[in-house]
Ligand binder design. Structure first.
Ligand SMILES: C[S@@+](CC[C@H](N)C(=O)[O-])C[C@H]1O[C@@H](n2cnc3c(N)ncnc32)[C@H](O)[C@@H]1O
Length: 270
């Protein structure tokens, strides 16, 4: 996935669609960051969480953003420098095991990335070790996409070569399928006062071409890249029929789960 995000990085969260931005701001709001706090933003992308976090902790705080995609890091670093945010550092690093000192953060945030990791429980345990006792974890995952979005992806997938046709997220269901399973995961990683809330968001697209540009900019790119070039126009035409059969603008709903917890004082797995 890091390669997909690396290639999508120049347009990621820059297609003029209210999607990652509002979701990132909501995660930061829920984390209750205070001026002067030290924050790690895991899988920082183009800064949907990082930039509001920098604003919340102010110039006396510190925000470290990590991402595995070098182009995401390079472009976000440039945005941070242009905004004069001297309290922010952005590095290439793996969200599974961030190479950072233990007990060195007041909050660890991860916007829409934990469900992509091969070993999410190990990653959350690693974040707990990075937090001081009483430090806060906050992360987001998708609870539900708009039925038309899901149908558009299924339609596109019908144009894949046979060997690529598999449900990409089926193995994530037991961990991320419900609010209860997400809460159990956070609890198992050594967090207390666990909350999981679902929040609906709406995203507006000028037309299907705008939706297509947006789809190329994020994780859906993994599907688009695997459709043979000679099949892509027909695949996109079929998806357009599902998304906006009569043309015109398009509004899609997405429900996001926000999970929060407080690092338990005594690690039990280390
Ligand atoms: C859906 S984006 C979310 C980005 C940002 N947090 C936001 O809310 O817009 C997922 C991000 O996680 C990064 N990512 C995926 N796997 C990663 C890993 N193992 N370690 C670090 N970053 C990773 C991707 O490169 C991408 O930037």
């Amino acid at each position: 996935m890091a390669g997909v995000f690396d290639r999508g990085a120049p347009s990621y969260d820059r297609t003029g669609v209210d999607f990652f931005g509002p979701m990132g701001r909501e995660l930061v709001r829920r984390a209750g960051l205070r001026p002067g706090e030290r924050v790690l933003d895991v899988g920082c992308g183009r800064g949907a969480v990082l930039l509001p976090a920098a604003d919340a902790v102010g110039p006396t705080g510190r925000v470290v953003g990590i991402d595995l995609a070098p182009t995401m890091v390079e472009l976000t670093r440039a945005d941070v420098a242009a905004a004069g945010l001297s309290q922010v550092r952005v590095e290439v690093a793996d969200a599974e095991a961030p190479p950072l000192p233990e007990a060195s953060f007041d909050a660890v945030l991860a916007g829409l990335v934990v469900f992509m990791l091969p070993a999410p429980l190990d990653a959350l345990r690693a974040y707990r070790r990075l937090l001081r006792p009483g430090g806060r974890l906050g992360f987001s995952t998708f609870a539900a996409h708009d039925a038309r979005f899901d149908e558009a992806l299924r339609t596109l997938a019908q144009h894949l070569p046979e060997e690529h046709r598999r449900p990409p997220t089926a193995d994530r269901e037991p961990l991320f399928g419900t609010a209860e399973s997400v809460a159990a995961l956070v609890d198992a990683a050594g967090f207390q006062q666990v909350t999981v809330d679902e929040v609906p968001f709406e995203s507006r697209f000028r037309d299907v071409d705008h939706w297509t540009a947006w789809a190329w900019s994020h994780g859906a790119r993994a599907l688009l890249e695997r459709i043979p070039a000679d099949r892509l126009p027909a695949a996109l035409a079929d998806a357009a029929q599902v998304l906006a059969p009569a043309g015109g603008d398009l509004v899609l709903g997405t429900t996001v789960r926000f999970a929060c917890g407080v690092a338990a004082p005594a690690p039990s797995d280390s």
